[in-house]
Design a protein around this ligand. Structure first.
Ligand code: SF4
Length: 237
């Protein structure tokens, strides 16, 4: 699968990547975080819950969850069974309950109940990996961050931006290609493109705005009408 066009120089790659980024940003002007949240605490909790499920499912449980546990202290003191029953629709609810109880306790004990604004502090919290930390930094605190989820990793390899599989290496590869100020928004744009057009199984190449710039054109459906039928307008998977 490495698909970097043969002989493409680092400078040509950067130019092509930025051109693709511009085209995709125009295609998805409304790209945004699809989790519903009001503050950093809510986004952190919602992002932890979003592992292995869809944002729609998370958004279905968070209104009740945040009404019942409006801050870290309330979460830390939650009754396990009640918490499990609220988050059950998001799957893996026992493990997620353990993470949320630990998260609430750690926020209270080590950060005075507040969500920290530094990556090393965020990743030190139970259930919080680098991806979650970057989502919170970028969307709650305005610190540019690149979120490498399953969509982003797949896309940038198809784009020939990198051959790396490791999410941290992918993050650094994207960071070297795109301006820092664009990192957070481009993460949303890439996730939108992955959810709506460049699907894992049947990418809609024939309806793709970056088809001419993508070395993987043809891995999916190229016939325009059939490809257009594959494009989702509001997939949040
Ligand atoms: S051309 Fe195909 S593989 Fe390339 S980005 Fe578009 S949908 Fe994905």
């Amino acid at each position: 699968m490495p698909s970097t066009p043969p002989g493409e120089s680092p400078l040509a790659l950067k130019r092509r990547a930025r051109r693709m980024a511009r085209v995709l940003a125009e295609r998805y002007p409304d790209a945004d975080c699809e989790l519903d949240f009001q503050d950093a605490y809510q986004l952190l909790v919602a992002t932890v819950l979003s592992a292995q499920t869809t944002d729609v499912r998370v958004n279905g449980v968070t209104p009740l969850l945040f009404a019942r546990y409006p801050d870290a202290a309330a979460l830390a003191g939650a009754d396990r069974e009640e918490l499990e029953s609220i988050i059950k629709p998001t799957g893996f609810y026992r493990a997620k309950t353990t993470s949320l109880l630990g998260l609430g306790a750690a926020l209270v004990e080590r950060f005075d109940g507040q969500v920290p604004r530094r990556l090393p502090d965020l990743v030190s919290l139970p259930g919080v990996g680098r991806k979650t930390a970057n989502v919170v930094l970028g969307n709650a605190f305005g610190v540019p961050g690149i979120t490498v989820d399953t969509h982003v990793g797949r896309l940038v390899r198809r784009f020939g931006w990198t051959d790396e599989e490791d999410p941290v290496k992918v993050e650094h590869a994207i960071g070297a290609l795109l301006p820092r100020r664009d990192w957070t928004q481009m993460s949303h744009v890439l996730i939108f493109h992955g959810r709506r057009t460049c699907h894992a199984r049947r990418p809609a190449c024939g309806a793709c705005p970056v088809a001419r710039l993508c070395p993987s054109y043809g891995v999916g459906e190229t016939q325009p009408e059939a490809a257009a039928a594959l494009v989702r307008t509001a997939g949040r998977g």
